[in-house]
Write a protein that binds this ligand. Structure first.
Ligand code: ATP
Length: 353
């Protein structure tokens, strides 16, 4: 099972610029989480803080029992081996073939023989659909292939935690779906904990178990996907719908006067950029046929059902609607008052699927 990451009261500034403060969240082991947020809200800084590449000013970030904020360099070096990181551009060495790029962490961090290294690299090339491309240089392949090569390299040490920074940047929507599928397939096979940072709404709605959002230097929300997807928070609605109408402006946020002036413009008929209202909870993507079910998904179901009474009503509806009749019996939710809400939720899920 992947490692748990517990973040408590994490705060990061550069000089006098606070990037985010008091961020508290837990990445449940083996589950897939997505962090959304407008450009510049510090999502990449957050990822770098989790692996100790940046030092937060305050708070804790406990990975497999070790606080990476305060631990020694030696401990940090060991903890980093638990992570596989897919950076935005794949971060491949331009002068090395894909084979050598993917072999790099094995040669750097293990004492494996070249025969063993060759076996592992070819396995990861196969997994990411790059079989036969091992002799190519990064400059000779497409952006999508570079991403997959970056993922192959991120997976080569069989990480317990996989961090992914904007997997969709530079990719068309179809390739973005393929790489999303790959994340879920890898998660099903490895049970690693995933955190994906993205702006891609399609990915955010269909891939993760948990969803969070950074805005105005704070974590607006983090929890089961159903909470954010049914949230009425203006910033969440605006972001999911890609509209200019709302608190997010050109340079992250607007003051109330600007917001009021813009609201009048949109009310008078000016196009706000949104096309249609994005509502409801679409079904979650599943591992490819033939792969085992995701253990993280099963654990999440137990976890979320325990949390159910503490969640907003709309999120409860969505969760209940996703259960089969057998699961409803098993979790005893037939006895939850307001069973009419269950039917309502089911109707909505079907509506958007
Ligand atoms: N090493 C650094 N030194 C100083 N400021 C930095 C450093 N790294 C990031 N920043 C600042 O932190 C802020 C957040 O940057 P970050 O790249 O994390 O945002 P992001 O949410 O990932 O944005 P995007 O979605 O556009 O990639 C920016 O204002 C950036 O200039």
């Amino acid at each position: 099972m992947g490692a748990e990451v517990v973040v408590e009261g994490l705060t990061k500034s550069f000089g006098r610029q606070t990037i985010w403060r008091d961020v508290t969240l837990t990445l449940p082991p083996g589950e897939v989480s997505v962090l959304l947020g407008p450009s510049g809200t510090g999502k990449s800084v957050f990822l770098k803080s989790l692996i100790g590449l940046l030092k937060p000013d305050r708070g804790r970030c406990v990975v497999d029992g070790v606080d990476v904020v305060t631990c020694s360099e030696h401990r940090l070096y060991e903890v980093r081996k638990l992570f596989g990181v897919l950076f935005q551009d794949g971060a491949l060495f331009g002068s090395m073939t894909l084979f050598d790029n993917i072999a790099f962490p094995l040669r750097e961090h293990t004492r494996k023989s070249e025969t063993e290294i060759r076996r592992i690299v070819h396995e990861k090339l196969e997994l990411t659909g790059l079989a036969g491309a091992d002799r190519k240089l990064p400059g000779e392949i497409s952006g999508g292939m570079r991403k997959r090569a970056g993922l192959a390299r991120a997976l080569v040490l069989d990480p317990q935690i996989v961090l992914v920074d904007e997997p969709d940047s530079g990719l068309d929507p179809v390739r973005t779906s393929y790489i999303s599928q790959l994340f879920l397939d890898v998660n099903a096979r490895s049970d690693a904990t995933f955190l994906i940072v993205t702006h891609n709404i399609n990915l955010a709605r269909t891939v993760p178990d948990n969803l969070g959002m950074l805005f105005r230097r704070e974590l607006v929300l983090f929890g089961p996907r159903e909470v954010l997807l049914t949230s009425e928070e203006p910033v969440v609605r605006q972001f999911l719908n890609g509209r200019m109408d709302g608190p997010i402006g050109m340079s992250e946020e607007k003051d109330s006067a600007t917001m009021a002036a813009e609201r009048a413009k949109f009310a008078a008929g000016h196009h706000d950029g949104g096309v249609e209202e994005v509502v409801g909870i679409p079904p979650q993507m599943q591992p490819a046929p033939g792969l085992p079910p995701r253990p993280g998904e099963a654990r999440r179901k137990d976890r979320v059902l325990r949390l159910l009474p503490t969640l907003p009503e709309a999120a409860q509806d969505g969760i209940l609607a996703s259960l089969t009749p057998e699961e409803r019996r098993r979790y005893g939710v037939d006895r939850v008052p307001g069973s009419d809400r269950v039917d309502h939720g089911r109707h909505r899920v079907e509506e958007v699927s």
